[in-house]
Design a protein around this ligand. Structure first.
Ligand code: NDP
Length: 419
């Protein structure tokens, strides 16, 4: 029996909400709140008569802490699921602290305005000290640890697939498969085809920022940063086939480097087709990926936000996308004094997701773990005061829930390794 407030009603949130409504004995009441209330109402209408969960809706601008506080005080949830954008992480965490409510999200904080001089000064110091230049990092949310501990509240960060399930896979490997993990390669393959020359699978602004940034990996205790898309490998993915993949910076590397003792190297690869890369390079060259506002016909516009308005809505890709995703982690290390390798991954079919919840697999593979993470928190399986990433909790009940609710694991003890 619990009341949950979900903030955001985009691609990922709508999957998470539908999945919560499949587990009505735990998610007994749910409020969908977002900037655009009509989207929340439309989803509530779609769910009407199909679930025992009591669904209500509300309007909120989560950039405004007071609005979130007012909403939490009015609704009195047991948990706030932040599935809006990373820009809102800190305001929603502040509101949760003010109201004494547990918090979770699916992506770590990054600022909407990367030209803000106050943020920029802290960012530049971090780039120098840490050695990676991504706009997003955990430092902002880890700074809330003591506040959450003192308040006796749990904050769960980054509970999507990657970050999220990939970290649970690491915790699982550390618990059951290895005495010592030496290397981790996280492989994110999307073998889906939507038929457009260029479209992003989730929020274009967040997606394009991530992909156009320098790549980096963790090796022997420090970050190695490389130009965007400059390390390419080919890999044959189970049920997808041969794909080109590129090394990217990814947020879970930052936490795993701290939480997996003695790990020597952590890399993250994502597959991209040539058409996607050609379009992205061109858009970047002409300035369309910029987050700096420009004046156009007397109006201020942010180029990447304008581009977002032109691109297909990720939510509309569902009916068109065919094929499968394959996301997982390959480990090397030792067990009982012997060297071993291990691969744990999930395969998800775009069309099956669409038939079940009306979304493609990218939203599905993020929304289902968000629901399962909430399930862990609401049933007391993941509960410890402070701010934590997924690998800091017991992976077993979470992976069992993923197996049950649509993202079953596959395993190999003889995987091909990435050179
Ligand atoms: P969408 O753009 O589809 O949805 C974002 C939602 O947040 C929209 O409903 C939007 O409202 C709402 N929103 C934005 N700003 C505010 C605000 N100020 N106040 C209230 N609501 C707001 O994004 P996605 O669903 O694709 O992504 C959601 C999150 O999931 C992101 O943080 C993304 O980074 C993360 N993600 C994580 C992954 C993982 O594996 N861990 C993978 C993919 C995504 P409106 O309709 O008005 O725009």
């Amino acid at each position: 029996m619990s009341r949950v407030l979900v903030i955001g009603c985009g691609g990922v949130a709508s999957v998470a909400i539908q999945k919560c409504c499949q587990v009505s004995d735990v998610f007994t009441e749910l409020c969908i709140a977002s900037r655009t209330k009509s989207k929340c109402d439309a989803l509530a209408e779609k769910l009407a008569g199909k679930t025992k969960t009591i669904v209500t809706t509300a309007q909120v601008d989560a950039d405004d802490v007071q609005q979130v506080i007012d909403l939490i005080r009015a609704y009195k949830p047991d948990l706030v699921m932040n599935i809006a954008l990373p820009y809102q992480d800190l305001t929603i965490m502040d509101a949760c602290l003010a109201c004494g409510v547990n918090y979770m999200d699916t992506a770590n904080y990054e600022p909407e305005d990367t030209d803000d001089p106050e943020w920029r000064a802290i960012y530049e110091k971090r780039c120098e000290e840490e050695g990676f230049s991504a706009y997003f990092d955990y430092s902002w949310q880890w700074a809330y640890r003591k506040k959450f501990e003192d308040a006796g509240l749990t904050a769960l960060l980054g509970c999507g697939f990657d970050p999220g399930v990939t970290q649970a896979y690491c915790a699982y490997a550390a618990k059951h498969e290895f005495d010592q993990i030496d290397t981790i390669d996280i492989l994110d393959c999307n073998g889906g085809d939507h038929g457009y020359a260029f479209a992003t699978n989730f929020n274009p602004e967040i997606n394009l920022r991530e992909v156009s940034a320098p790549g980096s990996y963790w090796e022997n205790g420090h970050w190695v940063e490389i130009p965007a898309m400059s390390i390419k490998r080919e890999y044959t993915f189970d049920q997808v086939g041969d794909k080109d993949m590129y090394l990217l910076h990814h947020e879970e590397i930052e936490s795993l480097a701290k939480t997996i003792p003695g790990v020597k190297r952590i890399r993250f690869f994502m597959t991209f087709g040539q058409s996607y890369l050609d379009h992205m390079r061109c858009l970047e060259d002409v300035g369309m990926l910029s987050t700096t506002p420009i004046s156009f016909n007397g109006q201020e516009i942010v180029p990447i936000q304008f581009l977002k308005a032109l691109l297909p809505d990720p939510a509309s890709l569902g009916p068109r996308t065919k094929g499968k995703t394959n996301i997982g982690c390959i480990f090397t290390g030792t067990k009982d004094g012997k060297e071993k390798t291990y691969y744990i991954y999930n395969i998800c079919d775009h069309q099956s997701c669409y038939q079940e919840v009306g979304s493609q697999a990218i939203s599905y593979t993020t929304g289902v773990p968000a629901m399962c993470g909430a399930l862990m928190m609401l049933t007391g399986k993941w509960e410890k005061p402070g701010v934590y990433t997924v690998e800091e909790f017991d992976p077993d009940p979470f992976l069992d829930a993923l197996d049950q609710y649509g993202l079953p694991r596959s395993e190999s003890h003889t995987p091909a390794l990435v050179d």
